[in-house]
Design a protein around this ligand. Sequence first.
Ligand SMILES: C[S@@+](CC[C@H](N)C(=O)[O-])C[C@H]1O[C@@H](n2cnc3c(N)ncnc32)[C@H](O)[C@@H]1O
Length: 474
Amino acid sequence: MQAIDLKNKVEIKWLNFIEHKEEIYKLRHTVFYEQQGIDYLTESARDENAIHLGAYYNGQLVSAICAYIYFPLDEICNQWQLTVPQNMVGHFARRVELPEFRGCRLAEFLAAIIWKSIHEVIHPDFLMITLFDTHKKLSFYYSTFGFDFLHEVSTTHGQLAIYATNKESIHKGISKSRTLCELLSAIFETEIPPLYEFLSKNEQLSFFNIENFKQENLYLNPISFKDELPRLSAQARMLYTFQKPLIESEDFPVGPANMLDLGCGPGIFLAMISNLPKFKDYHCMGMDLSPEMIAYAKLSYKKITWKVGNIYDTGLAAESLDVIFSSFVMIHLVNPELALKEIYRILKKGGKFYIVDINDSTFEGHPKIKRMIRKHAQIYEGNRDIMNILPELAEKQNFKFHKQLETLIENSGEEEKPEVSGNVFKLGRVKMWAIFSFISQRQQMKPYYSQAENYYFKTNCKISVKVQTQIYEK
Ligand SMILES: C[S@@+](CC[C@H](N)C(=O)[O-])C[C@H]1O[C@@H](n2cnc3c(N)ncnc32)[C@H](O)[C@@H]1O
């Protein structure tokens, strides 16, 4: 049977169960009952409080999956002998696709999306699947997502095998689901809808505390403020060295005006640019999610207003800012769309949004070092290639793209003083490596990091990466 060409023809949606119940049950009935002769899998009392994902082709639901979420005191945790969780447990179930879509990788795409999204937004303690005898042959496939056999429990429908991730294997699954999401959304030319947005609009699922998600700091999660401060300080000074001429040659609204640096870290970059003559009559504010960063900034730079706050929900008045800066923050966000929405809301008409970030897809260097960078992108959340898609995301929020500037950061092969020449910023070997040194703090990355680091310091190799500046207007 030839696989149907789904390029550009399939739409992926999170489904409100009440609204889509009939479609979901019809699809399950066709697949489980009519095709496989199983009569107990079509409906579940838990469906109403589950998270459902579906794929549509020509307006018809052709594939679906759902995640049941169990809370620690849920009787099922006891019944299925699950190690008592602190947070929630995500149980992926009822993966179905119409027979004519087999081989199209649609159901695989849905599984990868639900895996990645549930992990990123809900942070369950562990993820699980359950398989009855008829489906046990799938267990090998699921093991590639990090599910290990736990035990079997007896149910009215027979022996049910439970497979779950643990702390170690969860990373295998994250890596696999991210890679698949990227690959399959490119193959199908379709977008992955954000789970966060769906949950925040869906009253029936309001028991998920979405506020937790907003409070997440992907940047600081794996590292401590104390360890990171010296690196951040050096980075902010470097940033200023090559940003100063770019900012000086750009037109900004004439003061008095309001400027905000979102995700300002310890405030060093904002403090430096606030002293440029063109911002003389500006009121400057720095905001960061980390109270430690803001405490440091408050102590160091008294003329600027500093606030602890969130890029997704700043609490600032609509259309109150003339200029918004954000440097090295977008790559660390799970939901850049939501951040862009908030930035658009608080920016005045005619205001400027000035964003700077590294773009790892521009990295050039020996394959050993390239491998470390790609591996990091696969395992850890955030998106270090975000600058490639930001213009598209920003346009969706109605921003007008003004321009993009690029700075090539490269090591000179020698130990030299940093030097800017046009759009090339040359760094000595040690300073250049420091750009990637945060990778050493991530548990999963240790072997790749030490291989790359050894190679880098034993040879005279050159590496380079681009930092891109994009300017948008409202
Ligand atoms: C790599 S640092 C960049 C700091 C500064 N912009 C610079 O260029 O030196 C990323 C910063 O983003 C902050 N951050 C992460 N998630 C955030 C969020 N949701 N809202 C606000 N700040 C956030 C972190 O606390 C951290 O200070």
